[in-house]
Design a binder for this molecule. Structure first.
Ligand code: SAM
Length: 238
């Protein structure tokens, strides 16, 4: 994502939905002391963690601001790059936020973000979406939000329609291992799982947890769970 955004020394970067600030710190290391990173998030709690992590890394050219990524309060044409990892799909009224990204970029500036692919391509991540389906429950849109931009062709078209050039949407597959207990805690306690069982009875919650356990058993290899999936890397030029 940072390569696709062509971030280098002196770049002015906007990190949308920075969360705990991982990508802002990586971008700040690349831009160096003559560049600047503006890291925004809707959540003050996330920003506090992010600011602490930047301090621990000794970086003082990241500006953390609480801001809605769909309503950017920034000067038009003021940044060289807009980035976002697993965050832009949560912005309201998509694809309208793309217009905001286009406006804050200078001509020739780069947009680059990563989102999850389709639920069917992400069996581990999508358990809180697929299990309710298996159990015959009505779909919960909050649980499926992380996958809302998973259709690469549609995303590509939205970028073109907004007026971006050099539009590219690449599929990036990944595979990793997670200790089985960590994988179980990760899936049982994710915001997606909480959304999926939000209105469920105690019995339904139990059925949900049992189904998650069995699904993870099928992905198990020794003490670990094999986690495979597909993300989309979207990039474009203003
Ligand atoms: C899954 S986290 C990803 C965080 C980070 N980018 C990362 O990769 O670690 C999604 C982040 O988007 C933020 N977010 C959600 N809606 C937002 C909005 N409307 N404006 C700004 N940030 C938002 C959340 O607070 C959260 O920190």
């Amino acid at each position: 994502m940072l390569d696709a955004a062509r971030i280098g020394p002196k770049s002015q970067v906007l990190d949308v939905g920075t969360g705990t600030g991982d990508t802002a710190v990586l971008a700040a290391e690349r831009v160096g002391p003559t560049g600047r990173v503006i890291a925004i998030d809707a959540s003050a709690e996330m920003l506090n963690v992010a600011a602490e992590s930047a301090r621990a890394s000794g970086l003082d050219h990241i500006e953390f601001r609480q801001m809605d990524g769909g309503k950017l309060a920034l000067e038009p044409g003021s940044v060289d790059a807009v980035i976002g990892r697993h965050s832009v799909q949560f912005l309201d009224d998509w694809p309208a936020p793309l217009t905001g990204f286009h406006q804050v970029l200078r001509p020739g500036g780069r947009l680059s973000f990563v989102v999850w692919g389709r639920t069917t391509e992400n069996p581990f991540m999508a358990l809180p979406v697929e299990i309710p389906k298996q159990l015959g429950w009505p779909p919960v849109s909050a649980a499926a939000a992380p996958f809302s931009l998973g259709d690469g062709q549609r995303l590509r078209q939205q970028l073109v329609t907004t007026g971006f050039d050099e539009v590219k949407v690449e599929r990036v597959g990944f595979q990793t291992r997670m200790p089985a207990d960590v994988a179980l805690a990760n899936r049982l306690d994710s915001p997606m799982s909480r959304a999926a069982v939000n209105n469920a009875s105690a019995e339904q919650r139990e059925a949900f947890q049992k189904a998650i356990r069995s699904a993870l058993e099928r992905m198990r290899d020794g003490d670990s769970v094999l986690v495979a999936g597909v993300t989309l890397l979207a990039s474009a030029t203003r």
